[in-house]
Write a protein that binds this ligand. Structure first.
Ligand SMILES: *Cc1c(COP(=O)(O)O)cnc(C)c1O
Length: 366
């Protein structure tokens, strides 16, 4: 028998979550963001379920070419644009749309030879201070692009740093709107947090975005956890990580568990040893992380090691060798464990857990 760890990708949940994006942004076209191998899910595994998207957004030419190989002929957007002049040849060949966030990328375009002009998304740095032209430089960048025969339509975009938190998007939105007021072109503003919190019926200032860029919410996690959970946003988990108990230990008071003896049993208790560790993508920093055994919620105890972790079986007297352990996602009895809560117990976020699913974990699609 192979080692019992397994990830499962739930395509029904992907479809449901995409429908939620459409519900919240009914007038927008939807980029499904599939960078980082579809947030660790696997581009090929999510493609069919997300085929109803208007386009796919990602970073790597290699991933773009895998999408084309799957038969996708619609829009693909390179979210960071090109990194060297040769990349533009691939954009021409595969009809990729690309972000332009700096003058060097405009220089490369100006020197590029192409028959079909490129559709570009000109990015403004409205406050995040990672990529993009500051508002004062935005118009001249637009004019430079607009004068190039290599460039077709120019869309305008920015990215919010605080859409999921109390700081909000107002200041960035003001900067973007003021600097783009009289520029033509479609707008692309919203990531998942902005779609969930700032679009839809109850947003204080209804946001217009011709293209939304949905990432995390497609994968059924909540960008503003713990204020909201995926359930509050009516999103369904798209990834389950599960394994089985491969050993049981009956502890007496004072016995310790794992490397560094960081957990000491306060009294007699039974623990289970699950076949999952940090080499599978589970966070080593986790302490008392929630976990399901036979669908019953309990916690991890002691340090996570490379291949194994320990769980408290006190709430699960039925647990035995081979019992199902759900690290996140859906248990076979239907119980759910939010990946957001598991990430929080490891001082992280759902994004990191999904993207960090290790290559050695077998993945099933259902
Ligand atoms: C990753 C990314 C997104 C998607 O963000 P989520 O929070 O996962 O929805 C949107 N826009 C840009 C520019 C990104 O890099």
């Amino acid at each position: 028998m192979p080692r019992p760890i397994q990830a499962t990708i739930h395509t029904d949940a992907l479809r449901h979550n995409l429908a939620r994006v459409r519900q919240l942004a009914p007038d927008a076209r939807v980029w499904s963001v599939v960078k980082a191998n579809a947030y660790g899910h696997g581009l090929e595994r999510v493609f069919e379920a997300l085929r109803g998207s208007d386009g796919f957004a990602l970073l790597d030419l290699e991933e773009a070419s895998r999408l084309r190989a799957l038969g996708w002929r619609g829009p693909i957007l390179l979210l960071e644009g090109v990194f060297e002049p040769r990349d533009l040849e691939h954009c021409s060949r595969m009809s990729l749309w690309h972000v332009v966030h700096c003058n060097e990328q405009i220089d490369m375009l100006a020197a590029h030879k192409t028959h079909a002009p490129h559709r570009v998304f000109l990015k403004m740095n409205s406050g995040m201070n990672r990529l993009g032209f500051v508002p004062d430089a935005f118009r001249s960048a637009w004019q430079r692009l607009n004068a190039l025969t290599q460039v077709d339509e120019i869309s305008l975009m920015t990215h919010f740093s605080d859409a999921e938190g109390p700081h909000g998007i107002a200041a960035q939105l003001d900067r973007f709107e003021n600097a783009t007021r009289d520029l033509p072109g479609e707008r692309s503003l919203c990531n998942s947090a902005a779609i969930l919190r700032h679009m839809g019926g109850n947003a204080p200032r209804p946001l217009h975005s011709d293209w939304v860029r949905a990432g995390l919410m497609l994968y059924g996690a909540a960008p503003d956890f713990p204020q909201h959970g995926a359930h509050d946003w009516q999103l369904q988990p798209t990834m389950t990580l599960s394994t089985r108990l491969v050993a049981l230990q009956d502890l007496r008071a004072g016995d310790t568990v794992g490397y560094g003896s960081s957990f000491t049993a306060p009294g007699a208790m039974r623990i289970g040893i699950a076949a999952c560790g940090y080499a599978d993508g589970y966070l080593r920093a986790s302490t008392q992380a929630p976990v399901l055994v036979n669908g019953v919620r309990t916690v991890t105890v002691g340090r996570v090691s490379m291949d194994l972790l320990a769980v408290d079986l006190t709430p699960v007297p039925s647990a035995a060798m081979g019992s199902e352990v759900t690290l996140w996602g859906r248990a076979s009895d239907g119980a759910q464990l939010a990946i957001d809560a598991v990430a929080q117990a490891g001082a992280s976020i759902a994004y990191e857990l999904m993207c960090g699913l290790a290559a050695r974990v077998p993945v099933r699609v259902e």
